[in-house]
Design a protein around this ligand. Structure first.
Ligand SMILES: C[S@@+](CC[C@H](N)C(=O)[O-])C[C@H]1O[C@@H](n2cnc3c(N)ncnc32)[C@H](O)[C@@H]1O
Length: 433
């Protein structure tokens, strides 16, 4: 393994960098593409190497790896994120076909029913008329661009969704976000619901269709300006799957680099964060939202089960759990203790499975943030070092970046406990001992 040890760009996501193609799916939880490319370059992978991100989110790792000419695999439990990651891998040579396809999709949508089913999840935000228009556009995308490789009698295989179909879905996600802007709260993961029917979003159908087409035009021109070089073949070959990191279903010793930022231990609800996109994707995302929330790592909903701390989670984790359990504040010994147990149980099982997928000469690079539970410091980077150690992987490099205001800093307890609203984002490099 060669490591040049050059300085790394910051892993902190920067809205200003999310321009052009990326500007259509701004994501609060990822790292910038320049960071992912720099790590991959510094690792010095051989030709034909495989890069995996088991918590692929908006697909920064898979996009950067494919750009650099490597085989890439991205997993995420959230079908919305798999769709976004797929759209990101659309080759720039497809830009020219977007306009013509948009006309067909819109024409098809206008010929379908303008009624909406009473159980349609879009009705949580939109009037009947606007929900019917959005659903008819979605129906147009599904009927015109999604083949029976993706939807069959066996169910939905989202991993087969084409880059073009995913791009059209992202244009519709973006439209719903633009329309729902007034319902966005200061917490980027939470979109409010209108208080009653009168407050629901209602726009003329023609305006919605024009705005959808204008998003696609913007995406086409951003795509034209992107330089893919000779690697666009890699985009289509990149594997993206809806999968759980605790059971990734990958071959032993088949991966050369895992580069990822796992869900943090700050109770971010990754499922609710994409609720409006879920509503759009409902016919393709055959999942029950609350079930998915329970499966997610770091979720605020935890399954009812009997868990207890394990020695292999390491001393830092076990001490943290003891302190949370003894904390005098309300629900610390109950609900909050259980959410932390659930997080560390899923994380430790994921690390055990992922460690097996890496080749002897491979590397694992984790970007993790520390945080606070009330006044108790949660040193997540140290916990990760212990958990990898238990699976035969040693830390060989660490870079820390100071974040002045973290997602967890939005929490009102920050002021109550006079603690730092910032965090340390650590980039941890592991290799087999
Ligand atoms: C911090 S984000 C990853 C961000 C990504 N690096 C990027 O640049 O967009 C964590 C992701 O983990 C996913 N996730 C949470 N629990 C999971 C699980 N058990 N298996 C797979 N993915 C999961 C969430 O849906 C979320 O997209």
């Amino acid at each position: 393994m060669s490591l040049r040890g050059e300085p790394l760009p910051s892993p902190k996501q920067n809205r200003r960098l999310q321009k052009g193609w990326e500007g259509f799916f701004p994501y609060y939880a990822g790292y910038p593409e320049a960071f992912a490319s720099s790590v991959i370059n510094q690792i010095g992978l051989r030709k034909g190497s495989v890069v995996l991100d088991p918590w692929n989110g908006s697909g920064t790792t898979t996009y950067a790896a494919a750009q650099l000419g490597f085989d890439a695999i991205g997993l995420d439990l959230n079908p919305v994120m798999v769709t976004i990651a797929r759209a990101r891998l659309l080759a720039s040579s497809e830009a020219d076909s977007i306009g013509a396809l948009a006309d067909h999709v819109v024409r098809r949508s206008q010929s379908s029913s303008q009624e909406v089913d009473a159980s349609d999840p879009l009705l949580a935000w939109f009037s009947r008329r606007s929900a019917a228009t959005i659903r008819s556009i979605e129906c147009g995308i599904r009927e015109y661009l999604v083949s029976d490789l993706t939807i069959s009698t066996e169910g939905v295989m989202l991993e087969n969704l084409s880059g073009i179909a995913a791009t059209f879905y992202v244009a519709l996600f973006a439209l719903c976000r633009q329309l729902a802007r007034r319902l966005q709260s200061s917490n980027p993961t939470w979109l409010k619901f209108p208080s009653d029917d009168d407050q629901k979003i209602s726009e003329r159908p023609s305006l919605l269709i024009e705005a959808f087409k204008s998003n696609l035009q913007g995406m086409a021109s951003a795509l034209r300006n992107r330089e893919d070089g000779k690697v666009s073949r890699r985009y289509a070959e990149t594997q993206l799957r809806v999968a759980d990191s605790t059971a990734p279903n990958l071959k032993r010793a088949s991966v050369d680099l895992i580069l990822t930022s796992p869900p943090y231990c700050t109770r971010i609800d990754y499922t609710s964060a994409t609720r409006i996109e879920f509503a759009v994707l409902a016919p393709l995302a055959d999942v029950e939202i609350n079930e998915l929330r329970r499966q997610m790592i770091g979720s605020i909903r935890v399954p009812v089960q009997d868990l207890s701390p394990k020695d292999e989670w390491g001393p830092t984790c076990n001490k943290l759990l003891r302190r949370i359990r003894r904390h005098p504040s309300k629900a610390s010994a109950g609900y909050y203790y259980r959410t932390h147990l659930d997080y560390f149980d899923k994380m430790s099982r994921s690390i055990a499975s992922l460690s097996k997928t890496v080749r002897r000469s491979g590397s694992i690079v984790f970007v993790v943030q520390d945080s606070f539970y009330k006044d108790i410091h949660n040193d997540l980077p140290a916990v990760m070092v212990d958990m990898f150690g238990a699976n035969g992987l040693d830390l060989y490099r660490r870079e820390d970046f100071r974040i002045p205001r973290s997602m967890a800093g939005i929490n009102r307890y920050t002021k109550l406990y006079k603690r730092d609203p910032g965090a340390t984002e650590a980039v941890l490099f592991f290799a087999k001992a």
